[in-house]
Design a protein around this ligand. Structure first.
Ligand code: NIG
Ligand code: FE
Length: 418
């Protein structure tokens, strides 16, 4: 493999120094920007990052070997990381969106057998092959929007067979697609119709059969629960998350999205790596998350698409919670793959600064999926995942909102989008 030399970026956004711990408070604005910056890459790994003249001197005798990418006038960042997606599913639910536009609520649709149940039906009926093809198309689109690592949850199978099918698809995508896919088991996404009469029986099935099998097959790293009134209670969530821990799965939680329900508190109690959504998290829950270093994964695209007020990012950041951003890509509450659009929404609807949004979609997102030692910043020794945006500064990535500014994507030292 030839060395790759990316030269003279108008802004090279490195996020250097953020690998040890997630960035909090004012540190979220430390983007480590190098003007006229360059990156030397060998064998898929970043070897050197710095001002162009410095690197040009250091590698002068090896220029002829290298493939050179001219980044003049452009902005280069670490590959974006999406730490919360429901990537693998079948079908689509635009008819429910239309119902919501006429006044129905998300929970009403779900309780009437639509919502997650509708996608579960479609996903159960899909063959593994069909599910792979459909999900691969989405993953291609993620890459085109500058995303080089995604977390992907199961949760539309809701039986041992179909949860494993979903996780298998995620694994195959990770093996075959340039984008890295990090898997989360989400058997506790909804109680399926056949267990409606006995939700605790379904919780036992998750604990006794699904978690052990997902862990045994090495198909998941994280274990998540949709903890919300009418879905799973904090008590059920605690049992499920502790059971996952016993099998080596790190807890995550969909917390306090629709009403304050103790999700943020539970995340701190069980030592979750992240608590996600958090629109209605209590002050006490936020304090405990900050104390426990639990990352708050915020999903302003979901609030936007559900036409609700977004999470209070400023309250979380001021309290010292490390904040990450994600699309929540799913067919019901956030059918998008555009993490850059979500970053614009984070600024517009949650008053995050553009600098905080960049940190939240790179290094803090990497921390939220346990990958900060590998990706999320541009530093020697890290995997060479980079995005070149055709804008002169990082603010414009978000300011010109709803436009895809990605020009080139480099994944593991290879040019995968050009
Ligand atoms: O994160 N909140 C729960 N799950 C998804 C929605 C899934 C769906 O509607 O299909 C979410 O928003
Ligand atoms: Fe979600």
């Amino acid at each position: 493999m030839r060395p790759l030399f990316i030269r003279r970026a108008r802004q090279l956004v490195t996020l250097a120094g953020g690998s040890a711990a997630p960035l909090v408070k004012e540190k979220m604005s430390n983007l480590g920007i190098i003007e006229n910056g360059s990156v030397w890459i060998e064998n898929g790994v970043i070897v050197a990052v710095g001002p162009d003249d410095e690197l040009a001197r250091r590698f002068a005798d090896r220029f002829s070997e290298a493939e050179v990418i001219d980044a003049k006038g452009k902005t280069v960042t670490p590959g974006l990381i999406d730490p919360h997606t429901h990537l693998v599913y079948a079908g689509s639910r635009e008819h429910e969106w239309t119902m919501r536009l006429h006044g129905a609520t998300y929970m009403e649709i779900m309780n009437a057998g639509g919502g997650i149940h509708a996608t579960t039906k479609a996903t159960r009926e899909a063959s593994e092959e069909a599910l792979y093809d459909e999900s691969k198309r989405r993953l291609d689109q993620f890459l085109l929007h500058g995303v080089t690592t995604v977390e992907a949850k199961s949760g539309y199978g809701l039986s041992l067979e179909h949860e494993i099918k979903q996780l298998n698809v995620a694994k195959r995508l990770d093996d075959t697609h340039p984008v890295d896919v990090v898997s989360t088991f989400l058997g506790a996404h909804a109680v399926p119709p056949e267990w409606k009469h006995d939700p605790d029986g379904y919780v036992r099935l998750i604990i006794d059969e699904m978690i052990p099998e997902a862990a045994r097959l090495g198909l998941a790293e994280f274990n998540d629960v949709f903890c919300e009134r009418g879905v799973f209670t904090p008590e059920q969530a605690r049992l499920i998350l502790e059971a996952g821990k016993a099998h080596g799965l790190t807890p995550k939680i969909h917390a306090d999205e629709i009403e304050p329900y103790g999700g943020a508190e539970l995340a701190a109690e069980v030592g979750a790596i992240s608590a996600d959504h958090l629109l209605r998290a209590s002050d006490e829950g936020i304090r405990r998350m900050a104390d426990g270093g639990v990352i708050g994964v915020l999903l302003p695209g979901t609030a936007f698409f559900l036409m609700t007020k977004a999470a209070d990012a400023r309250r979380l950041i001021d309290a010292g919670v490390p904040v990450a951003l994600a699309t929540d890509c799913n067919p019901g509450s956030s059918p998008t793959v555009s993490l850059p659009l979500v970053m614009s929404l984070a600024c517009l609807h949650m008053r995050m600064t553009p600098a905080e949004a960049i940190a939240a979609a790179t290094i803090n997102a990497a921390h939220a999926i346990g990958r900060a030692h590998l990706v999320g910043s541009l530093e020697p020794g890290k995997k060479a995942d980079l995005v070149m945006f055709n804008v002169p500064n990082y603010v414009q990535i978000m300011y010109h909102y709803g436009v895809n500014h990605v020009e080139t994507v480099i994944k593991g030292g290879e040019v995968v989008v050009k």
